[in-house]
Design a protein around this ligand. Structure first.
Ligand code: FE
Ligand code: FE
Ligand code: MG
Length: 163
């Protein structure tokens, strides 16, 4: 770990790393929830929705990569055991046991809303104190807001009366 790079961080790094690892657990669980949801999806607009879920899965995977890179820069260790994802997660894992597209959308919207809350808290924690983490967190937060918006728009479309 670069000494100077660490010196400019104005928050308790241990505390920050704990928060980042929790978000990291969320990302892997979100990744899998989207990825497997896209596979099992059935019902209205299945093709379009599965595609969107797949794209979101990829983006959650990218977020995990962004977090891990910064955690390592900060001298941290990412969660190494998948079973710890469930212990550390903020947002949990919503089992897509009902593969109906509307249900999947509703579950994933809930997940995105939790992610938005998580990253907003993380952003407030580092704001003005750790510029590099702030930049990463802001970028992820923007993606999560877009994710919620995309899913909500699809669910609204499905609920609109057929003309
Ligand atoms: Fe994410
Ligand atoms: Fe997301
Ligand atoms: Mg999208």
């Amino acid at each position: 770990m670069g000494t100077k790079g660490r010196e400019i961080v104005g928050v308790n790094i241990k505390e920050l790393l704990a928060l980042m690892n929790k978000a990291y657990a969320d990302e892997w669980l979100a990744y899998y929830q989207y990825w497997v949801g896209a596979k099992v999806a059935v019902g209205r607009m299945r093709g379009i929705i599965a595609k969107e879920l797949e794209q979101h899965a990829e983006e959650e995977h990218k977020h995990a990569g962004m977090l891990v890179e910064r955690m390592i820069q900060l001298g941290g260790t990412p969660i190494l055991k998948p079973e710890d994802w469930m212990k550390e997660t903020n947002c949990g894992y919503d089992v897509p046991s009902d593969p109906d597209t509307k249900k999947l959308l509703a579950q994933n919207i809930k997940g995105e809303q939790c992610a938005i809350t998580t990253y907003k808290k993380l952003l407030d924690f580092v704001k003005g104190k750790d510029d590099l983490t702030e930049k990463i967190v802001l970028e992820i937060l923007a993606d999560e807001v877009e994710h919620e918006e995309d899913l909500q728009a699809m669910l609204d479309d499905m609920k609109a009366p057929v003309k």
